[in-house]
Design a protein around this ligand. Structure first.
Ligand SMILES: NC(=O)c1ccc[n+]([C@@H]2O[C@H](COP(=O)([O-])OP(=O)(O)OC[C@H]3O[C@@H](n4cnc5c(N)ncnc54)[C@H](O)[C@@H]3O)[C@@H](O)[C@H]2O)c1
Length: 252
């Protein structure tokens, strides 16, 4: 596979290592300084571009790739209110786009368990309220994490008592749907608490609490390797295909 890396930060570098290990060619690396090189001429002959950049630049990067006819795997979070637009563009142009808020296999198993647990709680009642906590390193730019949003969406789809989410993100700028105090969360919303500390690659906890007990689903990422490997496997899967895909397609 002839790959392009868009975004040569923590993820881009890890992806470079995995691509090399798996015998792929890295024909183009784009970061902030040479962002103007992301064009049809440089993307010519690229099988898949793997995009991990910033919430501010992901939309334009992916759009450019699709307009130039390059298949794209993206994992950038914090911009996905516009993802549907690009999925539509991809379908219209007969391109290929793979997006996942988290490329770790274990997190995608957590997504499934989370949906099943929400459906079970909806059936049995039990007086449970649900909340989510995500912990990440201090350099993370968006809050809540894309993974926490996917978890919240999985609960909302399966637990009618919850219709949306809010973010309690003490000390974090640019938090979406923010509430200033934990107690401010309306009963029909899921509170996502965001914590930024140290070098943590990612911990997600879904907690159901009743008057009598606490039930938790938790996933802890030990290193970025699992995320980069998932993105490269997604690129191998996308190579030569047309259409819009996500982790559910890969796990099938
Ligand atoms: N989906 C997942 O599994 C997953 C996993 C880890 C991180 N992420 C997300 O991926 C993104 C990147 O994470 P990271 O830890 O590598 O961040 P990072 O800050 O280490 O790297 C981002 C890189 O993008 C570069 N960049 C900025 N503007 C650019 C542009 N216009 N063109 C090309 N490159 C540009 C920056 O210079 C930087 O090197 C974040 O949104 C993060 O939340 C997703």
């Amino acid at each position: 596979m002839k790959a392009a890396i868009i975004g040569y930060g923590k993820m881009g570098r890890e992806i470079e290592r995995i691509l090399t290990e798996r015998g792929h060619e890295i024909a183009l690396v784009i970061d902030q300084e040479n962002a103007h090189d992301l064009d049809a001429e440089h993307l010519k002959g690229i099988d898949v571009a793997i995009e991990f950049t910033t919430p501010e630049t992901a939309y334009d990067n992916i759009r450019t790739c699709l307009e130039c006819g390059a298949a794209v795997v993206s994992g950038t979070t914090g911009w996905t209110d516009r993802l549907a637009e690009l999925q539509e563009l991809c379908r219209r142009r007969g391109g290929a786009l793979f997006y996942a808020s988290n490329y770790c296999l274990g997190v995608n198993l957590l997504f499934r368990l989370n949906r099943q647990l929400a459906a079970l709680v909806s059936r049995v009642g039990g007086g449970y309220d649900v909340r989510i906590e995500e912990v990440h390193h201090t350099q993370k730019k968006d809050a809540p994490s894309g993974t926490a949003i996917t978890l919240a969406e999985g609960i909302i789809e399966n637990l009618p008592a919850k219709t949306g989410w809010v973010n309690f993100a003490p000390g974090i700028e640019h938090a979406a749907n923010r509430v200033e105090r934990s107690g401010d969360t309306p009963a029909d919303r899921i509170e996502i608490r965001s914590v930024r500390e140290g070098m943590v690659p990612g911990i997600h906890t879904v907690t159901y609490e009743s008057e009598d007990d606490i039930l938790e689903l938790r996933h802890t990422i030990k290193n970025r390797r699992t995320l980069a490997q998932g993105a490269v496997v997604a690129a191998e899967f996308l190579c030569g295909k047309k259409g819009v895909y996500g982790m559910e397609d890969l796990l099938k």
